[in-house]
Design a protein around this ligand. Structure first.
Ligand code: 5AD
Length: 373
């Protein structure tokens, strides 16, 4: 329920309140999303920038992304590597290839490796554990992130014990009916939510996230996304614009916009000041300066690609994806230049979330709730 005070506020005041308290009601999020003007978008972005600088300074964390398999048993309606897309040339990297991506990454200064792939049954728990253990042994000072979809709690436990620190599993949407619209019927929103809860309980640093402007998304579903993130308190949140892929059911749908993505990045920063918030490749794809603008709107993470050049063009979740022809060193050098141009700096660091300043968000939440009573 909104507090009495909240219902009377205009959008600018709500943004200011979010900046101070990091907490709003579902209906206030709806109001912000429905009524905000261009000036209020700017206000949100500048408050978010201030908030990021307070917590993280001008440093931007980097993670080396290894897209190690594009086989997938699922048929998500939006995704270019869905099982039934016959145009995709499928590939898997071997353990040796994955380790040499890490080697190259380490040399380039990356201290987090993100292993991302489709839900590929070839990569059994045994194989994943074997690979992850080898990375853990070779790079004890690095963080390992997995992003391989929905698994059982037991599987997640095994990965954790093998040395995985973080897990990315976008929730895609916090609205069950919308989830069903985006996915075939064998996939379930409840299961996805259960996975996220289990990952957190096991002790992973957890990342969720969603696409901006996905088909069927409304102010109501987006407000639920924001409210979900406020309640779930993930360590990371990956958002980027939806971009149609020509061979999918959503080929003719409109892409998500730059402005809306930047606004949502800003809101997420205000909801959780120490959130790890990437400026994604999708954002860099819809606009040449998308990632820089993302950083200037509250994002503080970049995930350049470490996959071998030969496989890059095969991992196309959407059309026109950038960086598919570059060497890893090239991707990193380009980003370094782009960041320098906006006064930000790429960090060589594991890039864990900073502790919340004086536990400010919890303390504020307590005062908020007390007032609601
Ligand atoms: N446009 C933008 N993002 C996409 N993803 C998948 N397909 C697309 C697309 N067409 C995102 C999903 C998924 C993540 C790996 O990439 O949110 O969780």
């Amino acid at each position: 329920m909104p507090t009495h005070k909240e219902t009377e506020k205009g959008v600018s005041e709500l943004l200011q309140l979010l900046f101070e308290k990091h907490h709003l009601s579902l209906s206030s999020y709806e109001k912000i999303l429905r009524e905000r003007t261009k000036e209020e978008e700017e206000l949100a972005r500048s408050l978010a920038r201030e908030c990021t600088e307070k917590h993280y300074g001008r440093g931007v964390y980097t993670r080396g992304l290894i897209e190690f398999t594009n086989f997938c048993k699922n048929n998500c309606h939006y995704c270019g590597i869905q099982r039934d897309n016959g145009e995709v040339e499928r590939y898997r990297l071997s353990k040796e290839e994955i380790l040499s991506c890490c080697e190259e990454g380490y040399r380039l200064g990356f201290r987090t490796f993100v292993m991302q792939g489709g839900e590929d049954p070839y990569f059994t728990d045994e194989r994943i554990v074997d690979i992850v253990s080898a990375i853990r042994k070779a790079y004890p000072d690095c963080a390992i992130t997995l992003s391989i979809g929905e698994k059982s709690g037991e599987s997640y436990e095994k990965y954790f014990k093998a040395g995985v620190n973080r897990y990315l599993l976008r929730h895609e949407t916090a609205d069950e009916a919308h989830y069903q619209y985006l996915h075939p019927k064998e996939l379930s929103w409840k299961k996805r939510m259960r996975c996220l809860k289990e990952l957190k309980e096991i002790g992973f640093q957890v990342g969720c996230g969603f696409m901006v402007g996905s088909p069927g998304q409304t102010v109501k579903t987006l407000a639920k996304d924001l409210y979900f993130i406020q309640e779930f308190q993930p360590d990371m949140c990956g958002i980027g614009p939806f971009i149609p892929q020509h061979a999918t059911k959503f080929a003719k749908e409109k892409a998500g916009s730059l402005g809306e993505t930047l606004f949502l990045l800003a809101l997420l920063r205000l909801i959780k000041p120490n959130l790890l918030l990437p400026a994604t490749t999708a954002l860099g794809t819809i606009d040449e300066h998308g990632r820089e603008l993302g950083i200037l709107s509250g994002a503080n993470v970049l995930m350049p690609n470490l996959s071998p050049k030969e496989v890059r063009k095969k991992y196309l979740l959407y059309d026109n994806k950038i960086c598919t022809g570059d060497e890893s060193a090239q991707c990193k050098a380009d980003l370094e230049k782009k960041m320098k141009a906006i006064g930000a700096e790429l960090l060589v660091d594991r890039g864990d979330a900073r502790k919340e300043k004086e536990s400010e968000s919890k303390r504020n939440r307590r005062t908020c709730c007390q007032r609601e009573k």
